[in-house]
Design a protein around this ligand. Sequence first.
Ligand code: ZN
Ligand code: ZN
Length: 356
Amino acid sequence: MTEKKTESKASMKAAVFRHAYEPLTIEDIPLKPLKSTDARIRIETCSVCHTDLQFIDRGLATSKTPPLILGHEIAGVVEETGKNVTSFGVGDRVIVPATISCGKCLACKSWNETQCDNLKILGNHIDGGYAEYIAVDQNQLIHLPDEFPFELGSLISNVFVGAFHLVYDRVNIRQGETVVIFGCGGFGLSLLQMAKLKQAQVFMVDIFDWKLNIARDYGADGVLNSNKCKVCEEGVCDMIRGKADVVIETIGTPRTMVQAMNVLHKGGRLVLSGYSDNTIPFLAGRIIMDEMSLIGSVGAPMREIPDVIKLLKDRKIRWQEMVSGHYPLSQINEAFNTLRMGHSIRTMVHPNQQET
Ligand SMILES: [Zn+2]
Ligand SMILES: [Zn+2]
């Protein structure tokens, strides 16, 4: 006769991505055994992101063959620790950064972690956060300040630190420059606030007035609903009275990328950060003769999270208005619908929330 064990749970609920063009399925998954330096995190929030929709709705291939647990914007509480975990204890509140870099390759050693040869993105290369738990090495965790709610931890893990990387590392935005941002999602609203900290003039373009109203409230110098102008480029140039020094495209459609290019001033910088696997028709001569720069920006270096936390503690960045909905794990497909419809800036999934 076997004795009844009193050990913790053996399985967890997770939303599993099995096939593109199909809803995620809620399944019971065995808990992975912890490595000695791993902590098991009880996930409190994981926000839904357009990157996940690229896999679900557009059939973009994930780096790990499904079945895969998507989700990379995670905050939670340490539930259990491996025997060699020293930096975190049970009950600690943590941010799980969206990307894991190796720390050993040339890119990592030269502070280019986003180009790490061994980069792993949660919910893409390895299982992510649409689940009750995730096991993560202690070196891949950041303490979430006590006064920060979990929702804010999820925002920090990806959109805030990604925006910080773009504004502070990739594009040296200077005081007084005119910056146009296409897309008023969580990333666009984060970029807006950080570009304002650089004392730029910042203008936002989107197709939803309610998002543009938040942008105006967050300090945008002008906003444009591109659905309400005949030619988007003309509307933008009227708004900014000329052309822009920096244009940041966060949406990732060929159309908005070309529009972004068309409103750029001579010598301007075009920044592409909304992922696309399309070919974009650019007039090469314009890039040459107008000495334009084309800059890509991706990822969210973990080492910049403390800088982002400081901006938030100093109340330089606002965020509450960016959280636009809350869903239990069982309703994750409804959470994604809010994103599909454009009704969401950041919708939070709460994997451990009890159903009512
Ligand atoms: Zn994301
Ligand atoms: Zn590396």
